[in-house]
Each structure stands twice: as C-alpha cells, then as structure tokens.
Design a protein around this ligand. Structure first.
Ligand code: G6P
Length: 612
C-alpha cells in the first residue's frame, strides 16, 4: 500500500515522477504528492485525490529540478487530506520523506520529540519519522545518511522510504523493511520505486533492495549498506518488460483488459511446463523440493483475498490428485495463532503481488518451524518470491486493476500443475488419466475464450440486477471457492453486499434472506453434485428467489428452473471448473460500470497490502 517514486539524473524529475506514480496507483490512490529539489530550493506539491488531480492542480506552476520524490497514498494514520498527503517535511525543513508502511511505535517517538519542542502539522506516522531523522541529524551533527540509519534503528514497523536532505540535495536516501523498493540504474540517472513499472521505459537494470538495507543514490552512483552499516554489493538484475502490458490497449479499464487477457495469461502460465507429447509436467523451480512435496504429511496453503480463494480450489485439487491432506488458512489468522507446523509440512503461500504483509509474515513463521515453504507469485523478484525455499511464478503479466482476475486463474493453473505433478509422481494417477487431465488443463484457455464471447448475455443480466442491494452466491465442492470469489468481486467493485456460501449451508441461515428481490447466483455446471445443486435451486425458487445459474452449455434441466442461465463449455474435472469464474468476473464488472463505479480503483482498497 502506498507507492513511492524517486528520480535523480539529468532530466526533469517532475513528469517522470508523476507518470511513475500513475503506474503505482494500484497501491493506493487517496492522495498524491511530489517534492522537487532545484538549486537548494525544495518545492512540495501535494493534494487529496488521485495523481491526475495533483497534475491538474499544478498545471500552471513551473516545476523545475532533476531530483525529486513522490508518493501515492493509501491512508493508515490520518484521514486522506492535503496535509496528511506525502511528502512530509521535518519541522526545520531539513528533510523531506515519502513512506510506505507503518511506524508502529510512532506515538512513543512523537511524545519524545514533542518533549524536545518538535511540533507536528499532520496526523501521520511519517511526519514523526521525518522529525526523528532531523532531530538526530541536528543533535548528533552527523551526515544525512547516518541520521536516517540511526533513526531507522529506533523505529518499529514496516517501511519503504525515500528521503532528501536539503543540506545534501544531490542524493536520495532510500531504505526498506518489509515494504518493497526497487532501484533502477540508467545512464547518469537513478530511480527508486515500489516496483519497476515507473521506470521501465528508461532502464531494464534493476536492484531489488533487501530488507534492512539502505541505499544512497546520486547522479554519480549507488551505494548500498545494511541498516547496521555493512556494505552490500548491489546485485543487478535485468528485467524483461513488455510495455504494452501496463497500458489499457484499447480497453476502457484495466480490469476488463485483464479479464480478456485470461486465455493468454493461462497459456503463458502453462507454457514450458506442460508437455502433452511426453505426458509430463515439469516445473523447474520445484525439482529440488519434489521429494519434500511427495512426502509431505500435510499441506498448508496461506493467502489473502482472491489468493485465498485460489488456495481453496487448490485444496480440492491436492486432495483429489496428490492425496495429501490440505488446510487453507487466511495468512492474517495463521500468523497470530500458535500453529503446529513441522518439517514434514509443506506451506504454499499464494500472492499475486508477492508483497502482502500477512502472507509474508506467515511464511516467516512457517520457515522458523522448519516447514518447506513454496511461493506462487505473479510479481517477479517480489518479497515473497525471494523469501520462500522454492516457487512458481504465475506469468500472468502485470495485474493493475485492484480486483484480481487473471491472477486467480493463473494461480489455480499453477496449483493444478503442482497437484497433478505430485499425484503422478506418487503413482496416484495412471498415465491415461494423466493425459486426459493434462488435456483438460491445456484446454482451459480455449474454453475461457468461449465464455468471453457470451459477454453480451452477462451484460444483459447485469443491467437487470445492477440496483439490487444484496446478492447471494452458492456453489458446492470446487464451485464453493468460485462462489466466494464471485461474491468478493461484486462487493469490492460495485459496493453491493454479496455473500458466498456453500450451497448446502444455505439452509442454515442465508435461506432466511431469500425473497423475490434476492438474486442468487448458483454455480451449477455439471459435476458429481449436480443433482444436489438442482435441489438447492429448487429451494431458492420455492422462496421466490431470482436464480442466475452458471451452467454447462446445453443444460436443459436448470435452464427450465433458473431465471437466467450463463453457459460455460463442458469440462470433466475440478481443473476445468476454474472457467466458471469468468462469467462472475464479467457480471461484477458490468454491474460496477453501470453503477458508475471506478472498477480499477475501488474505494478504500489497494492492490498491494503491505500493512497488516
Ligand atoms: C488485496 C487485493 C486483492 C488480493 C489481496 C491479496 O486485497 O485487493 O485483489 O487478492 O490483496 O493480494 P496478493 O497480492 O497477496 O494476492
């Protein structure tokens, strides 16, 4: 949460920072600000609202300078307003700071600084940090770099920061603990940002800053040290980035583009891993840990939000094919219990961003207990990807819409591959069946494509029910996670209250909500519990509920009972079941657009949740 960009070089910094911040708005978008240093003068421009509003507000101002830092905010301490927007200046104006994370002991530090006559203008923890750095700098008469380092040693919590000192205006000091920071190395210019997207058009040479390290970038170079002042040799990575991936490419929103990208993103996720002719799955990143996977006593899947839903589908797949007992945990709950984990357990952390604070903490706990920890991440080089023993990238391409869509189907594809690979290695699956399952997996993109052609029908249903205040989503077995995901998509982008429930559980409560105004979305594609779901639909109809059913193409039974059916192509197993999420993604998308909501940046949400 919160995005940071910093630039130092030979070009004008302001436009680079503004454009960079726009690409980071998935991390938060309630206020934005930029500080530009020019010949010893520091100009700070900040505003409540989006980056484009900041851009408009300063349109008539001549902002010059080749060094600067910027921030797009997701509020933690202090309401979103102009004053709480970053950058924050220290009381005597010596330091300017942008920060992503939370300083947990800020109130103690604030009290101490207040006792030393420091005053504060904002409610933020970041201003406390800016003042702490300045206090140490002035009191100890040390360099800006040392003052930042010393201040950070007094801080508890998470931070990714970029700092400029007005006495040493030709450098940016950046540091991180638990919040991501990436450095970009160009020719006579350097960048720092929460991810690499703000500077991909300028350089493909990046350094992922490690936890507890501090970097100083100037026009002449880069130096990295640990927070304890031990020099670190920068490890430069070359990134391959397709610029089109972060543009809307003719779609009105990123979310719609990302929904439509799924045939490709799933194909990319399977590419080079599923070998039909050889009847084999080969995931390079897992070779070393295969014995641990095969002998796992138990699997624990951790994640948050949509990634947790993918984990629930993973449970189904692992139990079915790998025959390993699985528990699926919210990372935020898991990390604060005292879970019983040992070296025979395998923990799989699922995270699109690879930066979710709770998931990261869950991994650290599992590692401490001796478990083998795998990551399924989309963002290459992310903290979770680097923190796990082994892992698999989803290769879905950058997901910018805050509501996750293509990451979900890519995560489920990876889980399916691992479950099948382990199942086969344990001889649970015979070669012929394995071939059929691989076929089903590689057919998913084609089937998703087919569902996407039914968008007009889905739009029609959206038009009819866009004003309903409530929705219920029901599914059994592997469709239960799909029901949860459908409900989550609807509430997060359209602000309609929606509940996902296992269909049979409906009788134990939600059925009381059903009347002739309640749309009930039932995932009812053919599988072994088909008859049961038909009964559940009858139960809804008996209470006059409005049934919108996702059914297998050509289904005649449910078509007669349901008010509307959304068809998906036929599939055989839980692997193919992931395609039933597509109509639900589109339904939420159209409803949200028809209600005038900003689907890419829903209120109060952010994509990379780096605070717990
Ligand atoms: C936020 C996003 C969700 C996402 C969840 C977990 O809530 O809005 O779309 O599913 O975080 O994020 P992760 O990056 O760990 O998958």
């Amino acid at each position: 949460m919160c995005g940071i960009v910093g630039y130092i070089g030979t070009r004008e910094a302001f436009p680079i920072i503004i454009n960079g911040l726009k690409r980071l708005e998935y991390r938060g978008y309630d206020s934005a600000g930029v500080a530009i240093s020019n010949n010893g003068q520091m100009g700070i421009y900040k505003i409540k609202g989006k980056v484009s509003q900041l851009e408009d507000a300063v349109k008539k101002t001549d902002i010059m300078g080749t060094i600067g830092i910027g921030h797009t905010r997701w509020a933690t301490h202090g309401a979103p307003n102009d004053i709480n927007a970053h950058p924050h200046k220290s009381m005597n104006g010596k330091f300017v700071v942008v920060h992503n994370g939370i300083i947990e002991n800020y109130s103690v530090l604030k009290k101490r600084l207040t006792a030393r006559h420091y005053t504060f203008v904002s409610q933020t923890d970041t201003e406390v940090l800016a003042n702490l750095i300045e206090y140490i700098y002035l009191f100890a008469k040390i360099s800006a770099e040392d003052a930042v380092r010393f201040a950070l040693s007094k801080v508890q919590g998470a931070y990714g920061i970029a700092v400029i000192c007005t006495d040493e205006p030709d450098k940016i000091i950046a540091a991180r603990k638990s919040s991501p920071l990436v450095l970009g190395i160009g020719v006579d210019e350097y960048f720092v940002a929460s991810d690499a997207t703000p500077f991909v058009e300028y350089t493909n040479q990046v350094v992922y800053l490690d936890n507890d390290t501090l970097a100083v970038i100037s026009r002449n170079g880069l130096s990295i040290k640990t927070i304890k002042n031990v020099p670190v040799t920068p490890e430069i990575t070359e990134i391959n980035f397709d610029f089109d991936e972060i543009e809307k490419g003719g779609f009105p929103d990123f979310m719609l583009k990302e929904i439509y990208e799924q045939p490709h993103s799933i194909t990319d996720t399977l590419r080079g891993r599923v070998y039909m002719q050889e009847n084999e799955i080969n995931i390079g990143g897992l070779l070393d840990v295969m014995p641990r996977l095969m002998n796992a006593r138990r699997m624990i899947i951790v994640g948050c939000g949509t990634s947790w839903h993918a984990g629930l589908l993973g449970e189904y797949l692992f139990e079915e094919y790998a025959r390993i007992p699985v528990e699926v945990e919210y990372a935020s709950e898991f990390r604060y219990r005292n879970p019983i984990i040992n070296s025979e357990d395998v923990v799989i952390a699922i995270s699109q961003s690879g930066e979710t604070a709770d998931t990261l903490a869950a991994i650290q706990l599992a590692k401490k207990c001796g478990a083998c920890v795998l990551g399924i991440c989309n963002v290459v080089g992310s903290s979770i990807a680097r923190e796990t023993h082994a892992g698999v990238y989803t290769h879905a391409g950058p997901e910018i819409g805050v509501a996750s869509t293509k990451a979900f189907t890519a995560q489920v594809s990876v889980l399916a591959m691992i479950a099948l690979m382990v199942g086969r290695a344990k001889y649970n699956i015979k070669p012929v069946q394995y071939h059929q399952l691989l076929n089903e997996l590689t057919d998913v993109p084609k089937k998703v494509e087919e569902v996407l052609t039914t968008a007009d029908k889905i739009k029609h249903v959206a038009e009819l029910y866009k004003d309903s205040p409530n929705f219920i989503y029901l599914g059994r077995g592997c469709y239960y996670p799909i029901a949860l995901e459908g409900a989550l998509k609807l509430k997060e982008i359209s602000y309609i209250h929606a509940e996902g429930y296992p269909a049979a559980e409906m009788k134990h409560g939600p059925i009381a909500l059903i009347d002739d105004k309640m749309p009930v979305v039932v995932i009812a594609a053919k599988d072994k519990s088909y008859e049961k779901i038909v009964n559940n639909i009858q139960e809804v109809k008996a209470r006059k509920g409005i049934v919108i059913a996702v059914v297998t193409k050509g289904d005649t039974i449910i078509s007669q009972m349901a008010d509307y059916v959304l068809e998906v192509p036929e599939f055989e197993t839980a692997i193919g079941a992931m395609i039933t999420v597509i109509p639900l993604q589109l339904l939420s998308y159209y409803i949200a657009v028809m209600r005038g909501c900003n689907v890419d940046q829903p209120r109060n949400l952010a994509k990379s949740v780096t605070v717990e």
